[in-house]
Design a protein around this ligand. Sequence first.
Ligand SMILES: [Zn+2]
Length: 413
Amino acid sequence: MGNMKLLTKLLRLKGAKITCFEFKNRDKELHVGIKPHKNGCRCQKCGRRCQIVRIVDKRSWTDVTILGLKIVFWYAPKEVHCPTHGSAQEEIPWAAPLSRVTYRLEYIICSLARIMTQKAAADILKMPTSTLSDILHRVITRVRVGHRIRGLVTLGVDEISYCKGRKFATIVYDLDRSCVLWVGKGKGRDTIDRFFNEELSEYQRLKITWASSDMSRAYTEAIKYHCPNAKLVIDRFHLVKALNEAVDEVRKEEWRNLDVEGRKAIKGLRWLLGMGPTSRSKEHTRFLNSLRKSNRRIHRAWVLKDEFDHFWSYSYLGSAEAFLKRWMTAALKSRIPSMRTFVGTLKAHYENIITFIERPLTNAVGEGINRVLKIVKNRASGFRNLENFTDIIFLTKGDLDIVAQIPAGLRSI
Ligand SMILES: [Zn+2]
């Protein structure tokens, strides 16, 4: 077997042929002259064999590093003339047009970035993190260009914070397939309007029959406006969070009014009040019940909160509505301001809360997308810009499998 043939086999090159090779930089780099099989000259859009217009300058592509040896490809691409697509650079089987790295390096970068931080991936691949981020961004943009949302029936809208919690983005899910469809800067009406106007056709908007969002007016009104056929369900976890905050408000008020001794008695209560009835131990419940004597207001708020939990288990609309009305009356009677405010919230969103009984839809459906995103975010300890964050969202939870879209030809390594 000749050297060239051996090297072609070692590098697992399919659709390409090695013409020459040379070790450089104290044997740390292997520079390989390469050319497409059957002399190339194919249009990169339709694959048709075309006439050569001219030969462009020699270019290089960075390939993977094997056992510490960096592989670099060299080739002078031809400019060809396709009768349909006009003049363009010929198709190159090992890399995407305008890309400076090979498909298989792109594949490895994407696969690693899916499971670890970009810094860790960059360390393994021995390249600067910024270079890796750039490549990642270019690959994801290239793969997603022209991608359209399909078969959307159940929509979820939520806000997510990035950049150390100071900035917000709107994130749109397909709750049936539990994946992310779209990410946009901001959390206002203009952001969500942009999604409906730019990403969906009128037909697609009419096809949406269920939607879930938090209580933000921007989201609920946009869904009502753009998806007239959709039934809106207020996300359970946002509602529970609002109730927990109302209870905590009572605790804070009491805390402010108590002396040192009194404060000691309700220490650690914040965490306990936030717990659901199922996750509490008997001892916790006993302690909370003892508040009935020591702090009536907190006890009252807690009982109301605990009772509200029943709402989620109803399966008949009529009984759920009767329960909710009873609960609201009891909460109003408690004369606790924060509880009354919560009743106001319930009343304002009543028709979209009661729909939960018909379909228990929450944004946390499926694999808990938000949880995954939080892990991703923590792993990178906050993203500086949304672009960077969006890249990782699409890579890990997008509606399009980015890695699978990278051509298989030269991938095997
Ligand atoms: Zn063509």
